[in-house]
Design a protein around this ligand. Structure first.
Ligand code: URA
Length: 211
């Protein structure tokens, strides 16, 4: 497992505005999209490509094309949905699947309540979108699920991570072909498993509080 914090002044600036509690939802959504595009640029550094022959108006040459099957992008519902547009802007030919996972706020157990993914992911590179790597429980289950279906490489794009969550992933997935790409590793989790200083509840800030 490899962890990369994207060190770029625009990433730091946009993340700061996201963290600010007075930032309204429409701005929060827009910034999330922009941030994901910046993170995705780094996260796709190992995307599989192959040589393709093309003709320019002047000559025949060899360029670069994405290898088939194209990458699969999997936002974790609900908050990961806010990251999808920023990702497909950079990878418009990717397929998109969905995984609905949530944690029980009392037990912190992870439940899968929705899944729309190909049955066979053999040989696929998968990009998982989940803004907050907090306890690591959701992401750990999502990654294991994708490997069970045959994925060869799983790259998770998150806005923030807590050290506790990264440790949980490291404990189970140290030798797995997993990349974690982040805008920041924050200080810690609080007693309600929120990231500190964090940005609050990412789903609520993107889409409002639903009952
Ligand atoms: N999920 C969130 O939305 N925020 C946190 O701080 C932790 C988990």
């Amino acid at each position: 497992m490899r962890v990369q914090v994207v060190d770029h002044p625009l990433v730091a600036h946009k993340l700061t505005v996201l963290r600010e509690k007075t930032t309204p939802s429409p701005v929060f959504r827009l910034l999330t999209e922009e941030l994901v595009t910046l993170l995705a640029y780094e996260a796709t550094r190992t995307v599989r490509v192959e040589p393709v022959g093309i003709e320019t108006p002047v000559a025949t040459t060899t360029g670069t094309g994405l290898t088939k099957p194209t990458p699969l992008v999997v936002p974790i519902l609900r908050a990961g949905l806010g990251m999808l547009e920023g990702m497909v802007k950079l990878l418009p030919t990717a397929e998109v699947g969905f995984l609905g996972m949530a944690r029980n706020e009392e037990t912190l157990d992870v439940i899968t309540y929705a899944e729309r993914l190909p049955d066979d992911l053999t040989g696929r590179q998968v990009y998982v979108l989940d803004p907050m790597l907090a306890t690591g429980g959701t992401l750990r289950e999502a990654i294991k699920f994708l490997f069970k279906r045959g994925a060869t490489e799983v790259t998770c794009i998150c806005l923030l991570a807590a050290p506790e969550g990264l440790k949980v992933l490291e404990e189970e997935l140290a030798d797995a072909n997993v990349n974690i790409v982040l805008a920041s590793i924050d200080e810690k989790l609080n007693d309600k498993a929120y990231i500190v200083p964090g940005l609050g509840d990412a789903g609520d800030r993107l889409y409002g509080v639903v009952g």
